[in-house]
Each structure stands twice: as structure tokens, then as C-alpha cells.
Design a protein around this ligand. Structure first.
Ligand code: HEM
Length: 495
């Protein structure tokens, strides 16, 4: 009797159970990554990892597992998380493909491939060249006066809250601010969140739902493409990404009618599209705009929040920073809204911002890469072609061998020694590294510098309940919430 007829003779429920058992045994005991330690469930499926993402603190799990097991931890049946610093060189800097997880970032569906969702290194680099001019600092600086206006409006809102003795929810204001800046720099028009003082059309609430959705469904891209990521669904507007899609369509339409549209990012991309139609399609221009709106707000908000929150937890550092700002103000070196160039001359501010990037990285889930042809050896351990190797930025950033024995504490002063900072800089990978490095980093750093310097110079913040920790869920982006403050104006305040 052949094996088929043996199976046919069994009662039907036994067959699927046997098949599942065979898959479990194969993944657990026969896989080429079977010797890498980790939770049992992780060795047989993606469900352990997905569960951690849903729980919202995979960064804590990864820190704990790497402390327990060392450099290599198996996180799915085909993925190993690499915690050793060599991962920065071998995985982030290397020109190797990104895992299929990223494909789910094609918003609203797989026809709209952005830099983020492009997994092939060469195609990704080509796409990067098409959009690079828009992200150049020299281009972003041209929007400085418009960003100044958003900061002035935000200060107006804070002053009203102070007058009416209401608490200040910086988590919300920083999100509104970052969304408005993306609008201004990409489409020559802020979305108007700061002025309205609320989450217009639930855009931010929807962005969070979308982040949870993509970070889970990236593990099941085939299913996503068949269902929610099917072009038919987006055409009918039935998908979680439709809000982001609609926001971009509306912004692009408004821009077309705006006689004051500047030489903004859109303009730069449309120039490439018009002069080299063979290099860039309309869908790509749209995808780049959607990537900005999707990636450029919550990330910035997370870093700004971390900066202020941890300075409030560590008043000694806050006083030193205020002192630096006050001295610069007295010397007449700061404008009413601090200019980017002015902020660059404040070394303590720079140290504090770097420490916020390190201590609370905005991107908190593992970033997967595919082992290329011929395999890859890291720290003497060989990984076969096709295996996923991933890096969690929190694991790199909290490594005491790289950042000192107090790597688990917020201490901006570790950055003040220039020689030491130089060695640490290579491992400060909050923007990622290599060909996948964040293209929005100039914009993010620009706006964070300006807003942080202006607010810390002009206001004193105090937590309403200093004993209560903030809360945050790491669904790819680690944007915190729920830490209301009382604010008052400082005597040194700029005009
Ligand atoms: C503090 C703020 C920010 C941080 C920490 C940050 C971090 C990152 C990281 C780590 C990646 C790479 C992920 C990977 O390797 O897979 C990334 C990608 C990306 N970021 Fe940012 N980002 C920030 C702000 C922004 C802003 C303001 C924009 C645009 C306006 C932006 C646009 C993008 C895009 C389009 C990608 C995908 C690029 C690619 O895959 O090549 N980001 N970001």
C-alpha cells in the first residue's frame, strides 16, 4: 500500500494533525537554524513574533532574550535576530535584500511600490536616486520660514492652554506638529492639525491602526495581497490604508490648485517624472508621498517626546540644557523660533537629541534581511541562503559594550567626549543604515532641533503625575502617549 492510500485509510481528522506534526518536526528539528535558541513557539511558526507585536513590546522581549541567550535568537521558524554589533555591518550596511515583510508597506496595494516596500537592493537604490533631491537638506532648509510659522502657531496653542490652566498633552501636539511639517515640506501646505488643535478626521488614530495592521500582516503578505491589499479593495476604499491614501490624494489635489505651491518635494519628484518618465511612474510619485505621510510624523513625535520626557525624569540634564540655551539667548544667538543653523551651535542640545534617538528609538520592531546566495557567516555562525536575519535597533542601542555600563539609562553626557562619540556614532543606527537608511533623516533632525530648542528655552514643563510612566505600544513605531504636563512660560523665553 502506497503512502497515499495509508493516509486515505485514516479517519479524516488524523490527516491534518499528522501534516501539522510533520511541519512542526521539520521546522523544529531539521531546519538549518535549529541550533539557535529562543522560545519554542518561535521555532515552529511566526505566531510567537506576531503575538509580541500585538502585545506591543517586542523591543523589551528582544532585549531580554538576547541577554539570556546571547547574540543569536530564533524569532520565527525562518528568522534569527542578531544582537551582536556586527549585525550593523553585515546586515544593515550590506547591499542585501529586505525581507518580504516590507512588501506590505505598498500603500494602498502592491501596485504602489515605495522605497520602503521595495525589497530588491538595486531597484531600491534606483528609486532612492529618483527621490533624493527632495530630501536634501539644502531643499528642506527652503521651507524653514513655513516650519517657523507652524512652531509659532504651536506656541500660541500652548500659551492658551497655560492661560486656561489646562494640561498640555505633548504627545498630541508633537504628532500634530510633525504631520503639519510633512504636509508643508512635501505639498507646500500644512495639514492644519496644530491650528485646529485636534486629530482632523482621525488621521492619527487611523495611522496607529495601520501601523499595527502592517506590522502583523507583513508576516502574511500573500494573504494580505489576496484580501485587504487587493487592488479591488483599495479601489472600493475598504482598506485600513484608505485613510492614508485619501489624505495623500486630497493633498496632491489641493497642491495642484495651490498657486503658491513651492519647489517642494512633490515638485522635485514631478520634475524627475516629467524629464525621465522611464525612471519614475505616477504610482511611484504617489507612493513616495504616501511613505512620507506614513513614516514622517509618528517617528518624529516619538523622538521629540523621548527627549522631553527623559529630560523631565533627569532634571540635572534639563537644567544644563536650559543653561546652554539661556546663555546663547543672552548672547543674541537665537531667533524667536530657533533656526536650524543656530541649534547646530549648541553642543549640549545635540548630545541630548542623540541620546533621545539612542535611548528610545522610534523604530522598535526587528528589521529583517534575506541571507544572499552563498550564505552568510556572522561571528563564526553560518546561515544558509534564504534565511531571514533581523536586527532590533533597541538591542544595538542598549549594548553596554558599545555605549557604556550605563547604556540602560538616559545620559546625554556620554556624547560630550568627541573621541568617544566618534566610536559610538557608527552604532547609533536610529535611522537604519546602508541603502535602507531613512531618507527623511534631514527633515526629521531639522524639525526636532528647531522645536526642541524653542520649547525648552521658552517653557517649563512639569508632569501632572510624575510617578505615572507614559505608555507606548511598539507596533513598528514606538510613539508614546498619556503623560500630560503642566506648562509655564520661562523668563528667558524668546519673543
Ligand atoms: C526621528 C524620526 C525618524 C526616524 C528615527 C526614522 C527612522 C527610520 C528607519 C530606521 C528607517 C529604515 C527602516 C529599515 O531599515 O527598514 C526609515 C525608513 C524610512 N523613513 Fe524614516 N525615520 C524618521 C523620520 C522620517 C521622516 C520625517 C520621513 C519623511 C518625511 C521618513 C521617511 C522614511 C521613508 C520613506 C523610509 C523608507 C525608506 C527605505 O526603505 O529606504 N522618516 N526611517
Amino acid at each position: 500500500m502506497g503512502s497515499y492510500s495509508v493516509l486515505a485509510a485514516l479517519p479524516w481528522p488524523v490527516v491534518p494533525v499528522l501534516l501539522i506534526l510533520a511541519v512542526v518536526v521539520k521546522r523544529r528539528f531539521l531546519s538549518s537554524i535549529r541550533d539557535n535558541p529562543g522560545p519554542f513557539l518561535a521555532s515552529i511558526s511566526s505566531f510567537w513574533k506576531v503575538q509580541q507585536i500585538i502585545n506591543g513590546h517586542i523591543e523589551e522581549e528582544m532585549l531580554a532574550l538576547h541577554r539570556e541567550h546571547g547574540d543569536f535568537v530564533r524569532v520565527t521558524d525562518n528568522e534569527v535576530s542578531v544582537g551582536h554589533p556586527d549585525a550593523v555591518k553585515h546586515l544593515l550596511h550590506a547591499k542585501i535584500a529586505k525581507g518580504s515583510w516590507y512588501q506590505v508597506f505598498s500603500i494602498p496595494d502592491y501596485r504602489f511600490v515605495s522605497q520602503m516596500s521595495e525589497t530588491d537592493p538595486q531597484r531600491h537604490i534606483d528609486k532612492g536616486k529618483n527621490v533624493a533631491a527632495g530630501y536634501a537638506l539644502s531643499n528642506i532648509i527652503k521651507s524653514e520660514t513655513y516650519v517657523d510659522d507652524i512652531i509659532a502657531t504651536l506656541k500660541g496653542q500652548l500659551n492658551s492652554l497655560i492661560e486656561s490652566r489646562k494640561p498640555v498633552h505633548l504627545d498630541k501636539w508633537f504628532n500634530y506638529f510633525a504631520f503639519d511639517v510633512v504636509g508643508e515640506v512635501t505639498f507646500s501646505q500644512s495639514f492644519g492639525f496644530v491650528k485646529a488643535g485636534n486629530d482632523i478626521g482621525n488621521a492619527i488614530a487611523n495611522a496607529r491602526k495601520l501601523a499595527l495592521y502592517v506590522s502583523i500582516m507583513g508576516h502574511f503578505v500573500w494573504f494580505h495581497n489576496l484580501t485587504i491589499g487587493n487592488p479591488l479593495m483599495s479601489t472600493l476604499g475598504l482598506i485600513p490604508a484608505s485613510h492614508l491614501f485619501d489624505t495623500c490624494v486630497a493633498a496632491i489635489d489641493a497642491r495642484k490648485k495651490n498657486p503658491e505651491a513651492r519647489n517642494d518635494m512633490m515638485e522635485r519628484w514631478l520634475n524627475v517624472r516629467n524629464t525621465h518618465p522611464e525612471r519614475m511612474t505616477d504610482a511611484e510619485v504617489f507612493a513616495a508621498a504616501a511613505a512620507n505621510v506614513g513614516a514622517g510624523a509618528e517617528t518624529v513625535s516619538a523622538s521629540l517626546q523621548a527627549l522631553i520626557y527623559y529630560l523631565l525624569q533627569n532634571p540635572m540634564y534639563l537644567r544644563r540644557l536650559q543653561n546652554e540655551l539661556d546663555m546663547a539667548q543672552v548672547r543674541g544667538e537665537l531667533s524667536p523660533v530657533v533656526q536650524y543653523a543656530e541649534a547646530q551651535n549648541l553642543p549640549y542640545l545635540q548630545a541630548c537629541i542623540k541620546e533621545a534617538y539612542r535611548y528610545h528609538s522610534s523604530i522598535g520592531t526587528n528589521l529583517p534581511r534575506v541571507v544572499p546566495k552563498g550564505g552568510l557567516t556572522i561571528r563564526g555562525r553560518y546561515f544558509a541562503e534564504g534565511t531571514l536575519l533581523s536586527v532590533n535597533l533597541w538591542v544595538i542601542h542598549r549594548n553596554p559594550d558599545l555605549f557604556g555600563p550605563d547604556s540602560n539609562s538616559f545620559n546625554p553626557e556620554r556624547w560630550l567626549d568627541k573621541e568617544r562619540a566618534k566610536t559610538m556614532d557608527y552604532f547609533l543606527v536610529h535611522w537604519g543604515a546602508g541603502y535602507n537608511q531613512c531618507p527623511g533623516r534631514n527633515l526629521a533632525h531639522f524639525e526636532i532641533n528647531k522645536l526642541a530648542a524653542t520649547l525648552i528655552r521658552d517653557y517649563e514643563f512639569e508632569r501632572v503625575d510624575p510617578k505615572k510612566e507614559w505608555s507606548f505600544k511598539n507596533h513598528f513605531i514606538t510613539t508614546p502617549c498619556d503623560w500630560p504636563c503642566r506648562a509655564k512660560r520661562r523668563e528667558m523665553a524668546g519673543v
